[in-house]
Design a protein around this ligand. Structure first.
Ligand code: IPD
Ligand code: CA
Length: 280
């Protein structure tokens, strides 16, 4: 798989430094999202984006604005790409990736699985990242070569070896056409694994693989801000990961994959047998 796993290299000094920045700005944004939820939902201003089921709230916009302004103060001059405001498409050098609320549908409904995700990449590879679950305040973070933690405690993915016993999560895009194919893929996988989960936040799914709460996660069509932090956290917890190219927007339908090493090859081959190539 394409990402070095935990322990395979020395801690990256810049990654170690920027992990602190990622944790700081993601924590501040998560506090803002938690504070603003009742007011924002009470105001009734929920727009939609790529489809009628893809929501954007004032909390998404305010969270991204806060992270951008903090990054501007702490890391002036670094490139930034965010879910709501877009930004720098080029992957050369350092680039921050912001998902101001990952799991916005859960945020709307009050299902507690939504998070702020902040990552920084160097030449398209994640070197530091933080995912802060808003409802609990739990902080997942990692730096390249320096391991992954949850609230400061080291994370390690599962040592499961039988794919038939693997708990596998996935997610679905917002376009109905893509969902037809994604539904067919998961239908093929379901009888061959322990069970399937659809949590509703790609960033938290990847952290759950790191924590051993899931054995594998895959999804076609994520954007870099969805996976930038979570893929590094999973890899640094010992998972095999296969992120899409950092240049690929979600519209390209590429696969994001992370799994405990004992089942990764088998689960990946189940997914690829069900569907290989880009999603419609
Ligand atoms: C979504 C969530 C969801 C995944 C979708 C993403 P958003 O992000 O991560 O779990 O299945 O593909 O778009 O819209 O809540 O930021
Ligand atoms: Ca997202």
């Amino acid at each position: 798989m394409t990402h070095p796993t935990a322990g395979s290299q020395r801690p990256d000094p810049l990654g170690v430094e920027l992990r602190e920045v990622a944790v700081q700005v993601a924590t501040a944004a998560a506090e803002l999202v938690a504070r603003r939820r009742a007011e924002v939902l009470g105001s009734g201003t929920v727009r939609t984006k790529t489809s009628g089921t893809d929501p954007v709230t004032l909390a998404d916009t305010e969270s991204e604005q806060l992270i951008r302004s903090e990054l501007g103060r702490l890391r002036p001059g670094d490139a930034v790409l965010g879910e709501e405001e877009g930004g720098d498409a080029a992957v050369d050098g350092l680039r921050w990736l912001i998902d101001p609320i990952d799991g916005t549908v859960n945020f709307l409904y009050g299902l507690p699985f939504y998070a702020v995700s902040v990552a920084v990449q160097r030449d398209g590879q994640s070197i530091a990242g933080a995912v802060v679950e808003v409802s609990s305040g739990r902080v997942f973070s990692a730096a390249l070569g320096a391991g992954a933690t949850l609230d400061g405690q080291p994370l390690r993915c599962n040592d499961v070896t039988d794919p038939a016993l693997a708990l596998v999560a996935t997610g679905f895009g917002y376009q109905a056409r893509r969902r037809v194919t994604q539904g067919a893929v998961v239908a093929e996988l379901l009888p061959q694994v322990r069970d399937v989960r659809r949590v509703g936040s790609a960033a938290l799914d990847l952290c759950a693989v790191a924590a051993g709460w899931l054995d594998a996660y895959y999804e076609h069509g994520l954007s870099p801000w969805d996976w930038g932090a979570g893929v590094l956290i999973a890899a640094e917890a010992g998972a095999d990961v296969r992120p899409p190219p950092a240049t690929a927007p979600g519209s390209h339908g590429e696969l994001t994959f992370a799994a405990a090493p004992g089942v990764s090859a088998a689960v990946l081959s189940l997914v690829e047998r069900a569907w290989s190539g880009p999603m419609p």
